[in-house]
Design a protein around this ligand. Sequence first.
Ligand SMILES: [Zn+2]
Length: 322
Amino acid sequence: MKSAEFMQWVTASPELDHHQRKLLSEALHQQCEAVTVLELIETSFDTHHACPHCAGVQLYRHGVVSGLQRYYCKHCHKTFNALTGTPLARLREKPKWLNYLSAMARSQTVRGSAAGAGVHRNTSFRWRHRFLNWISQDRPTKLQGITEADETYVLESNKGQRHLGRKARKRGGHASKPGISDEQICILVARDRSGQTLDFVTGNGPLTKPLLTASLKSVLDADALLVSDANPTYTAFCHAEGISHEVVNLSQGQRINGAFHVQNVNAYHSRLKLWLGRFHGVATKYLPNYLGWRRAFEQHGQLTPERLLNAALGNFQYLTVT
Ligand SMILES: [Zn+2]
């Protein structure tokens, strides 16, 4: 629009009635949000700037479609945009993404996020897990030095699934069997003294040596010293793998063994469980996504919609997708 024409338009704006003004304001807001989201997407792509099909870096600009730059890859002759190959490809209603991510940065429920962004509950659920898809894969690859490990349990939940073999528990509920049973899901957390944290959903029932080996063997650095409680599973694992090990006998009231304790990992468990509580029982199937979301809070403290979008596109601390 030419500037003279635009000024005429602005001059005429007082003639709008209240309802029209609100509609116009909403339309302008949506357009601004869309531009911001598109800019963030393009900027995120620029950090690696490679073809999602073949990782080629000789790219030509190839027009703009739906506000996003299209590229042509000289190497594999395919075209793509910044979202191709990401979990956010073909996700609609971009103007609402930042509002939605802002709700996620405030740990809102699926229902609360839906209301905040003005989308349907089913859309809210789908978006949540699309955004968390890559965020949950952003994990350190090694734990070094003194590393605390301990397991915690949450009740298995088939929330959202129909045709249950038993009556569904309401809002988390209670286990019917005492102690650790196959009704409970084990979450193993290992954290080194630099704060690098890894979590593993090892499955139903108690932690066993094979499950511990499958989780920790490849991620413990050669210099790692594992600190755990007196659960013999840890002793057996460390003995078999030749890993230095210190035990804190919590059941006998011992909280510290010299310089060794598991207080960091236990505090992590407490924060995790308190936070999970706000979602009134998380479906077991989606637990890894929620653990990834929690790690993002732990690593970055304050999350912003922009930071979450960047992470959802693969630009985060550990994970760089090219
Ligand atoms: Zn290519």
